[in-house]
Design a protein around this ligand. Sequence first.
Ligand code: PLP
Length: 406
Amino acid sequence: MFDIKEIRAEFPILERKIYDNPLCYLDNGASAQKPKIVIEAIHRAYSFEYANVHRGLHFLSNTATDRFEAVREKIQKFLGAKFNDEIVFTSGTTEGLNLVSYAWGQHNLNEGDEIILSVMEHHANIVPWHFIRQKKGVVLKWVEPRSDGSLPPEDVLKAISPRTKLIAITHMSNVLGSIVDVKKICDSKLTKNIPVLVDGSQAAVHINVNVQELGCDFYAVTGHKLYGPSGSGAIYVSRKRMKEMEPFMGGGSMISDVKRCSVAFNTIPHKFEAGTPGIVGMIGLGAAIDFIQDVGLENIKKHEDELKNYAEEKLTNLSWLSVQGTALEKGAIFSFTMNGSAHPHDLSTILDRKGVAVRAGQHCAQPLMDHLGIAASCRASFAMYNSKTEVDILIKGLKHCYNLLN
Ligand code: PLP
């Protein structure tokens, strides 16, 4: 049973007051708060179980290595990957996507090859492809969302040409909340030989992901949005694509033999994990995944869908507010602007004084902002611990903004 009071009690920060108001944290799209189980796992790891991993032969190093490697299995199961060695640890989605760009893209893409991207990608799934465009003369082909913010799979498939060598697409937009039917893209005959990379930063927190069912080649997630520590994350890379990749960073752990004039690499996935990793962060991420699975993603989705419907109705009832993104398939993420001259930064600052944390700006999605014809927007993004009362607080805060600014 999903009990919002019990859930909230697991997050110590939710007891905080901000400017004498109860914290109303609606910036989960940027980063989620951490439950006690994650904080305690970090505390325990540093207090009693800390040493470097994969190196030592002593008790603590073995303990830390076991704890660390156990997380790989948790992520494998969480993402539905077939093999444990298809999970590469990263510092977050940004590193995961750069890994694909350098370790796969540099070796498999050539001048004139095309990469299909959606206009609603986060910069993390744009800039690494610009690097390849600049270095190798690859062409970036853009697919625009429809006016409701949806991105139907057929629009992506239509962009495919004989030169298409990669489709890099978000599973859920961090601005519009739109969910992309990745499975339909991967299932198409047209993508049989085209690798599909999915940015799962936003989606994996809200919906059950199974990479085998989706049929994608790469799926990147970031720990801090999954109620885990910042600086932790992972990317699923199918064994098939791993074979096409060369190591991206060199150093300790990723080698099997280093001589003056030769080097041999470790097995997968370690050959893509150079140096000392974010050991405790990953252990914290393991605890976060346990927490999510204890609550149950189905329960989380049901609760967040209720919040989404409630918030959607309330927000669209405000005649002076424009909500960007009303796709049928969307998560509980709302971007909006206030009609007239109110800047989203002003809205965010005024809401903050009421204890309401929202994000304002271009959300690391400038091509989308250009497409929407706005310079910035305000974004309220919900998590499992948010309540309908908090939607009401947001609405009250927005009415206050409107009265102040008009
Ligand atoms: N992709 C999307 C859709 C995001 O929302 C974010 C973070 O906001 C990222 C990628 C980048 O994630 P990180 O900064 O954790 O690497």
